[in-house]
Design a protein around this ligand. Structure first.
Ligand code: 1GP
Length: 319
């Protein structure tokens, strides 16, 4: 059994043999402690929370699914933790199947952690409410909270998993393996499950392309895209994430998605610049298994507008 599996199993032990509807509600207040750079929460591992039921997050992420599923990316730098939690709950109500926390490169771990804690607490409350309601559906709130980090500074033990990424087309060691080496011991201690992910930035690339010094994949680079996918598979990565950059003017070209979609053994995430149901549909038709959106959540003027937007994007994943 791998380290994260042992740790996650122990987190779940208390509830393992109790039917969900009969579980006591034991929400311990999660401390909002300040953290030290890169070594946060050393004595605070009880803050870890699993809102996901049995089985690893990776098995849920890679489970075959008709159509695609939707991920809402919450950038902790863009709102308070409480607003992040409200947005995440609206997203789940609209059918999003996973929450990513991360994005900006310079967000301190304290902010990332507070955001993860707020979202986990909100999910726990919904799970509890559903367990008390004969009509309630607890599984609906069985939503992994996954770190999508800009580096080893943006970790939190309150997350269920992390996209443990190699920025495959970076020209900098830092993003190929450096940040990962810095972060790995902390993740081991936190018991946060690593989702092995090949991350490839495509044109236009945005800030992640610049900061990550990526040799951007251009729309015509279909053979190169497939080579990256084969390489990711041969490294043993389970996930491949094609990224156009947050707020990109154009999403990943569907030809690039098509070029990697038939490589065996990879679950394909696509994000960046997906703002309309049509764009989402084109990515899904090309072979995306997961659609990631962030900016549409951040710039929604109200929770009602957010709900309307996400309902149509989530709908485009499956219809
Ligand atoms: C960024 O792919 C994600 O890493 C989401 O992009 O903000 O453009 O939706 P958007």
């Amino acid at each position: 059994m791998r380290v994260h599996e042992r740790q996650q199993a122990s987190k779940r032990t208390a509830f393992a043999h109790v039917p969900a509807s009969k579980r006591p509600f034991e929400k311990t207040p999660l401390p909002r402690r300040s953290a030290q750079a890169l070594c946060p929460f050393l004595n605070d591992l009880a803050t870890s929370r699993m809102n996901v039921g049995e089985g690893s997050v990776l098995s849920k992420v890679c489970k075959p699914h008709k159509g695609a599923r939707h991920i809402t990316l919450i950038d902790p730098a863009k709102q308070s933790p409480d607003v992040a939690a409200q947005r995440a709950m609206v997203a789940v109500e609209c059918g999003t199947a996973m929450i990513f926390v991360g994005g900006s490169t310079d967000t301190p771990d304290t902010v990332v952690h507070a955001t993860c804690v707020a979202i986990q607490e909100a999910l726990e409350l919904r799970i509890f409410a559903a367990s008390q309601d004969p009509e309630g559906d607890e599984e609906r709130w069985d939503i992994p909270v996954v770190l999508f980090p800009g580096g080893a500074h943006a970790l939190s033990p309150a997350a269920d998993a992390i996209t443990f990424m190699m920025l495959m087309n970076s020209t900098k060691r830092e993003f190929l393996v450096g940040e990962q080496v810095r972060g790995a011991p902390h993740l081991e201690r936190f018991g946060v499950e690593a989702l092995p992910t090949g991350y490839v930035v495509c044109a236009p690339g945005g800030r992640v392309g610049e900061v990550g010094a990526a040799e951007l994949l251009q729309p015509e680079d279909t053979e190169l895209a497939r080579s990256y996918a084969l390489c990711a598979n041969m490294f043993g990565f389970s996930l491949l994430y094609l990224e156009a950059g947050s707020g990109a003017s154009e999403p990943v070209n569907p030809n690039l998605i098509r070029a990697v979609a038939d490589v065996e053994g990879l679950t394909l995430l696509v994000g960046g610049g997906l703002r309309t149901p049509e764009a989402v549909r084109a990515a899904v038709d090309a072979g995306a298994n997961w659609i990631v959106t962030g900016t549409v959540t951040e710039d929604a003027g109200s929770m009602d507008e957010l709900s309307e937007r996400l309902t149509s994007l989530v709908g485009a994943c499956t219809n």
